[in-house]
Design a protein around this ligand. Structure first.
Ligand code: HEM
Length: 280
C-alpha cells in the first residue's frame, strides 16, 4: 500500500489527492513505540545523569529561590499554540477515523490562530528573547558526544550542564519548526479551496498536480505532528521533566533544579519581570 492516494484527472492523468490515512496509525504507533523504548531505557538501562560542576560560592549565593524562565507573554504564546495544535489535530484526524462532523471550518479557524501565534512568536523571539538560545551550539554537540560515550560505558569527561535548553529540546524545536511551517504554508494556500468568507475561493490557483502535492505535504507534516506532539506531551509529564513543564505554567524553576541541570555560565539568571516579582 502506497502512502499517497491517487485519482485520475479529467485529462486522464494520475494526480495525487492526499496521503493514505493509515499513516495516522503509523504515526500513533511510532510515537507509542518511542515512548515505550524510552521509558524502558530510562527506567532500567540509563546511567544516572552526571554533569561537570564547579560553581563558586559567590555564584551559588547569587541565584534566587525562583529562577525566572518563561515570561508571561512567552507562556501565553506556548499555550495558545498548544490549544490550536490540538484543535487542528483532532479536527483533521477524527473524521478520517470515522468520527464525522463539520470539521473544515473549525480546522481553518484553528489554523489561522496557529499562524497568527507563530508570526507573533517569530517577532517576539527575534527581537525580545534570546534568539540563539534555542539553536544547538558547539558545547551542546561536544557534550552530546560525551553523553553518548558515557551511556555506552566508555571513558569520557562529564558533560557541562545545559544552557537554557537541553540539546534534545533544541532538536525538537527545529523539527517542529519545519513541520509547523509546512502545515502553515500549505494550509494558508488550501484555504483558497474552501469557502472561508475571508479569501475569495479559487480552486484554479494551481494545477491538479501542484494542489495534490500540497495536500500530500500538508498531510505528511500533519501526521508527523501526531507523533511529535504525543512525544512532547509524554516528556512533559515524565517525573524528571516536571520542573521544566511547571516553568511553562508558572514562569520559574527552583534554584535546586537550575543548579543541578543548568550552567549559570551558559544561561545567566535573567532579571525577573515585575509580575514575577509581585508573586515573590
Ligand atoms: C497541526 C497542524 C495541522 C494538521 C495536523 C492538519 C491536518 C490536515 C489534514 C489531515 C487535512 C485533510 C487534507 C486532505 O484531505 O488531504 C487538512 C485540511 C485542511 N487544512 Fe490542515 N492541518 C494543520 C494545520 C493547518 C493550518 C495551519 C491551516 C491554515 C492556516 C490549515 C488549513 C487547512 C484547510 C483549509 C484544509 C481543508 C482543505 C480542503 O478540504 O480542501 N491546516 N489539514
Amino acid at each position: 500500500m502506497g502512502f499517497i492516494t491517487w485519482a485520475t484527472s479529467p485529462w486522464g492523468r494520475a494526480v495525487p489527492i492526499h496521503i493514505t490515512w493509515f499513516l495516522i496509525w503509523v504515526a500513533l504507533i511510532a510515537g507509542l513505540l518511542f515512548m515505550i523504548v524510552h521509558a524502558i531505557y530510562v527506567g532500567i538501562f540509563a546511567p544516572p545523569k552526571t554533569f561537570a560542576k564547579n560553581d563558586s560560592p559567590a555564584v551559588v549565593a547569587a541565584i534566587p529561590e525562583r529562577v525566572p524562565r518563561h515570561s508571561l507573554v512567552a507562556r501565553a504564546f506556548h499555550w495558545v499554540m498548544a490549544i490550536s495544535m490540538f484543535v487542528l489535530l483532532f479536527t483533521a484526524f477524527l473524521p478520517k477515523v470515522g468520527i464525522q462532523f463539520n470539521w473544515v471550518v473549525y480546522h481553518w479557524i484553528a489554523g489561522l490562530v496557529l499562524t497568527a501565534s507563530i508570526l507573533f512568536h517569530i517577532v517576539h523571539a527575534s527581537f525580545f528573547l534570546d534568539f540563539w538560545s534555542i539553536w544547538p551550539d558547539k558545547i551542546d554537540l561536544r557534550d552530546a558526544k560525551r553523553r553518548l560515550l558515557r551511556s555506552l560505558g566508555k571513558q569520557a569527561p562529564p558533560p557541562d550542564r545545559f544552557a537554557k535548553y537541553p540539546l534534545e529540546n533544541k532538536f525538537y524545536h527545529a523539527v517542529i519548526v519545519l513541520s509547523g511551517l509546512a502545515v502553515i504554508v500549505t494550509g494558508v494556500f488550501m484555504m483558497k479551496r474552501v469557502h472561508t468568507g475571508i479569501f475569495t475561493r479559487n480552486p484554479y490557483l494551481f494545477g491538479d498536480m501542484t494542489w495534490g502535492m500540497m495536500y500530500v505535504l500538508h498531510g505528511l507534516a500533519g501526521v508527523g505532528l501526531i507523533a511529535l506532539i504525543s512525544v512532547h506531551v509524554y516528556f512533559g509529564v515524565r517525573p524528571e521533566k516536571l520542573p521544566i513543564t511547571k516553568s511553562m505554567i508558572f514562569g520559574w524553576m527552583s534554584r535546586e533544579f537550575y543548579l543541578e541541570e543548568h550552567d549559570p555560565q551558559r544561561w545567566a539568571v535573567e532579571e525577573p519581570s515585575p509580575s514575577q516579582e509581585e508573586r515573590g
